[in-house]
Design a protein around this ligand. Sequence first.
Ligand SMILES: [Zn+2]
Length: 215
Amino acid sequence: MTIGHSPPLRAGRRVPSRVVRVVLVSGVVVAVLAVAVVVGVWQVLRPGPRPLFQLPVACGETWQLGTYPGHGDYDIDLFPTKGEAWGRPVLASAAGTVTKAGISGSLGGRTRDNPNGPRGRGGGYWVKIDHGGRWETQYLHLLEPPVVRVGQRVAQGERIGRVGSTGNSGAAHLHYEQRRNWVKVEAHFDGAPSGITHDDAEYTLRRTSRNCAAA
Ligand SMILES: [Zn+2]
């Protein structure tokens, strides 16, 4: 009786062990693929080191940086502390490639000669620069069509436009943002945080531009 039962028992053990092996191998393959996907996504999304951004205005000038309720967290409005804003050079914060150069929303009709003309929508004339490593900057409400074009390489400190009041702008100023992984972050200038973070209150501070590479 025991002898007669031996072969079916061995056969019975071999079948489950083969199933276990297949399940184990499949599990390892799935795990390896999952790790590869996670690593791939992480490689794609991992930002590079923060470029040494500088203020987007002329070397040595002191500007007021400010925000106000409803502006948007980390959004910075820049006004010069001396002289008028109209026509002041807007400079690339760091080297990069222009990804937007045109009109966002509508221009409106606010000019130096008619500063209270009809208000436009959105950013007006604007520029966006890709600095690599998933870092970007953008510059809004420019006076005139940007002097750079999409795909153009720009150097740090290179002029990309002039300060104006196109789009949804109350007065001539530069609206400025820094982004990491397509998300706005606190802007840094010359290696230090700007101090413009939340927009739940109106506040300003002053910074002097060290954007002197092209000077
Ligand atoms: Zn603004």
